[in-house]
Design a protein around this ligand. Structure first.
Ligand SMILES: C[S@@+](CC[C@H](N)C(=O)[O-])C[C@H]1O[C@@H](n2cnc3c(N)ncnc32)[C@H](O)[C@@H]1O
Length: 249
């Protein structure tokens, strides 16, 4: 996957791109990242990227000219004719989810546009394919949001994670939260791991994991159960815990 980023703070990306899964993906050749400094697309001596808002108000607004020039440059089709999918990070955007991460992971090329100040001139939105928000809070800039999206997407690229099966079991991938996990030692400060996980009975472990995922989801995010794919055994187990929702589906 080829990823472009338009930002006024290229230096924010060095550490994350050189660490963990993003580093491994780059070393494997599964990920290539090009950081574009927005100020390289200004035309004035002072490299100005912002201006006062029309109508008054607090703060500054990012000017459309350098942003659109940068998007047109970074978002141009490559030699094989592939144009990056253009994403503006925005608190007003659609909520980024695991399903959005999976959809983006299927694309060959992405372009992240990182806002700053009070945000971008509205006219810039005509040059992007979608606006994404990573949650109901306001960040100082789109860079950390772009890195959040990038991390969630890249770990889904084929071969990037050591254990290729692990993303499929993660929270949200199944429509549920993941249940508890344990590693050695079998007893820690008087707390033993459940016998079933050490039993070697794979079917029993799988059923226990499913039930613990259901129990955790019911306790922490019952809203997810409304859309999760549940079989009869799942529904019976949830009912035994007092769940009364979506019985008829
Ligand atoms: C200080 S924020 C602007 C907030 C804007 N005035 C508003 O009320 O929606 C500056 C930039 O941070 C980024 N940003 C802030 N919160 C975000 C979020 N929840 N998700 C994605 N990007 C966000 C956007 O790129 C935004 O242009």
């Amino acid at each position: 996957m080829k990823v472009h980023v338009v930002t006024i703070f290229p230096e924010l990306f060095g550490g994350p791109l050189a660490t963990g899964v993003l580093r491994i993906a780059r070393e494997q050749g599964a990920l290539e990242v090009a950081i574009h400094n927005l100020r390289d697309h200004t035309t004035d001596r002072h490299l100005v990227v912002d201006d006062v808002p029309y109508g008054g108000g607090q703060g500054m607004v990012m000017k459309p000219e350098p942003l659109v020039a940068a998007i047109e440059h970074a978002g141009a089709p490559d030699a094989s004719g592939v144009r990056p999918h253009r994403i503006l990070l925005s608190a007003r955007g659609a909520r980024f989810t695991q399903a959005s991460a999976a959809a983006l992971a299927a694309l060959p090329s992405l372009l992240f546009v990182c806002g700053r100040y009070e945000g971008v001139d509205e006219r810039v939105t005509a040059w992007v394919d979608e606006e994404l928000s990573i949650g109901d809070y306001v960040l100082s800039g789109g860079e950390l949001a772009a890195l959040v999206v990038l991390d969630a997407v890249v770990r889904l690229l084929p071969g990037v994670l050591g254990n290729a099966a692990s993303p499929a079991d993660d929270s949200f991938a199944t429509g549920l939260l993941e249940g508890p996990q344990y590693t050695r030692p079998p007893e820690f400060r008087g707390v033993r791991v459940p016998d079933v996980v050490r039993s070697g009975d794979h079917a029993a472990v799988a059923r226990w994991r499913r039930e613990e995922a259901l129990r955790t989801t019911l306790a922490r995010r019952p809203d997810l159960l409304e859309h999760a794919r549940l079989d009869d055994a799942d529904r019976r187990f949830l009912a035994s815990l007092g769940w009364t929702g979506a019985r008829t589906r």
